[in-house]
Design a protein around this ligand. Sequence first.
Ligand code: NAD
Length: 486
Amino acid sequence: MTAIAQPWIAGQWTPVESGALAESVNPSTGQVLGRFADAGTAEAQAAIAAARRAFLHTDWAHAPRLRAAVMLEFADRVERRSQELALLLANETGKLLKPAQAEIAGTISEIRFYAGLARTIFGRTTEVEPGALSVLSREAAGVAGIIVPWNAAAILLVRSLAPAMAAGCASVVKLAPQAALFQTELMRCLNDIPALPPGVVNFYGCTSSAPSEALVASSDVDVISFTGSVPVGQRIMAAAAGSLKRLNLELGGKAPAVVFGDVDVEALAPQLAAAATVAAGQQCTALDRVLVHESVLHPLRDALARQFRAMRVGPATASDSQMGPLIDVGNRDRIDRLVEDCRRYGEVIVRGQVPGGELAHGAFIGPSLVEVGDLQSPIVQEEFFGPVLNLETFADEAQAVARANATRYGLAASVWTRDGARARRVARALRSGTVWINTHNKLLAEAETGGYGASGFGRLHGAEALLEFLETKHVYEEVGRVAPGD
Ligand code: NAD
């Protein structure tokens, strides 16, 4: 790793004009992990100009085999550095080492998936009348602005960048400030591949919103692919109106699990506890609400409470940690206040504590289990983005579906039952981009994810992600018919 992570613009490490530096902190220890150059609008504009030039003046958009070869090399380089990258991901974002290793493996798989798809972008031709041909082809949309969060810092970057590259776009990536060191190292695996034309991929990290806003406002950026919170997504949508650019918004969630009375409660509780505490609850699809049939409320509540009380909270790189820290102490304190506030609406069954001793320097808080039935309460309606799980009950299937659909979000949900027909019936009725049956949080390169409602629009992962970065062109020509011979 370089001492100071720099922007990469037009094929060069580029010092920022202002000379400003920002720190990235290890949330397990509270110590500064490293520094990155804090880009401003000058760097954003230079990156946009470089991407525009590369899009218009290189063969990139016309060369699917080149794109596939570059991406395969990218994946190989990430694979060679996977242990070192996983460790940096754990140290910078607090993700436990094993899930960090799994994320790097998923990232490699995702890049290879889109490298394959780069060579499958076909159009179609139809003869609409005798001798009249309509040719429909897919073309790269242009320059893609990619704005990503820190919470799955590898996969979320690659699930936008890889389909953008496969489609033939040039990209400007705005790194997350909390993961700028890791994301710079991940991108280093790509940016010095000799076959990659300079300017096709550019990136910078920054702490202020101005360089991101420049990306959104620029008429030289054709598509924004944004992953992040609802309020920032709303700001981006408003700011994009001026240049009428295309948007792909992957926003927050409030994932419910609908648990019917025929489940094996003891087997289920550890799975639900794991789904709620993955990345210390800081995953858009993490389980936030358990809607349980009233017949099994008491045993499930007891089993979940045991799981939460027994959970070992500790540093991301310690082998016995079951849950790591939040991203920073500000978020730890925010979660602490939100859990306390739940008492106004219902019962706090397990109160996650801020630990003392060595862990006091980090952003740690234990997991909380609460029981709040009020559908209007914050624990039901707001994304907490932390390790807090709410228990709610239902009497029948219709009530379960109505409760599950009672928030503005629609990102992910799960249904738990041994009755297959009921599972699929309920899955169909849930207003959610992803529904898992008897599992939670299975995310795959091959399967599209995205939101209903306030969770955003567009799809990433899967073949459909390419559509976010492609235009469809119609070319019509009356070529006539060869005169029939004898
Ligand atoms: P955030 O919205 O605060 O930030 C996301 C990115 O936007 C960051 O890079 C940030 O620097 C940038 N940004 C901030 N202000 C901006 C502005 N005015 N204009 C343009 N960009 C701006 O989110 P976060 O805290 O980094 O991430 C957590 C959020 O992301 C949660 O809400 C989570 O649910 C969501 N998320 C969604 C998905 C999904 O697939 N739907 C996946 C992961 C995370």
